[in-house]
Design a binder for this molecule. Structure first.
Ligand code: HEM
Length: 221
């Protein structure tokens, strides 16, 4: 077991864990967006979906615990990786080579922290329903009404849009560097991997933003 610990906590091991958990979180986002799109179908569709999710509480909680673990492992190994990089390469931080790194790669920690703050607010807002007294009058499965009430407020709409834009910045670099970690990035395919990562990030940001925007503009009623 000691060998496993040594590999996991080495720089390469940390990179692999960060990449794997990061891709797991992207998988969650794709599934979450697909579920959220049901709001465009109508109240029954999305409320039914919420009802189905809660039909098997044990499975739901196993999935939730899995997601929380992946999220925290991703953060913990990112912190360790940053420390290891600082120890092994201190001069890099004295003279940063800005021209070699993109804005997205330089701001990974900052964009990651913003996504974390957003997720904490988002859980308080829509999962624990702590932010609006009107939610208490709604049924447990009335996700549709909850979204309609929330996204009438321009401040909440702007906050969601800004957060998913920062999520896009984080993912655009994160997805392509995960593939690089797995050794999939090859000189020949560099541009394809990079462009696909950017395209998926933009798709997710536009998809998530389309919900608050459509509700705010009255396209969903
Ligand atoms: C505007 C876009 C979004 C909308 C409309 C939205 C909507 C929702 C709703 C309605 C729930 C509660 C589901 C329920 O109680 O049945 C939820 C839960 C959640 N959302 Fe989002 N979401 C959005 C974006 C995001 C993003 C970008 C992330 C991650 C960065 C995220 C992460 C989560 C998590 C972790 C949960 C908790 C899941 C659970 O209860 O097990 N969401 N979201």
């Amino acid at each position: 077991m000691l060998w496993l610990k040594r590999i996991l906590f080495s720089s390469v091991g940390c990179k692999l864990v960060v990449a794997l958990t990061g891709l797991g979180l992207v998988g969650f986002l794709v599934a979450h967006l697909a579920g959220n799109f049901l709001v465009f179908v109508g109240p029954e569709a999305i409320n039914d979906y919420a009802r189905q999710l809660r039909k098997f509480p044990l499975i739901l909680w196993i999935l939730r615990l899995g997601l929380i673990s992946i999220f925290f492992i991703h953060i913990a190994f990112t912190i360790r990786l940053t420390r290891l990089n600082k120890i092994s390469n201190p001069q890099k931080y004295a003279v940063p080579s800005r021209e070699l790194s993109s804005f997205a790669s330089r701001s990974m920690i900052l964009s990651g922290l913003t996504v974390l703050s957003f997720v904490l607010y988002h859980l308080a807002h829509l999962t624990f329903r702590l932010t609006n007294p009107l939610f208490e009058q709604l049924g447990e499965y009335d996700v549709y009404a909850m979204l309609l009430i929330s996204f009438q407020n321009p401040i909440i709409v702007c906050f969601y849009i800004l957060s998913v834009c920062l999520l896009m910045v984080h993912l655009s670099h994160g997805i392509s560097s995960s593939f690089q970690t797995f050794g999939i990035k090859h000189l020949k395919y560099n541009k394809i991997v990079e462009n696909s990562s950017i395209a998926l990030s933009i798709f997710l940001a536009l998809g998530f933003s389309s919900i608050p925007i459509s509700i705010f503009l009255g396209l969903i009623q």
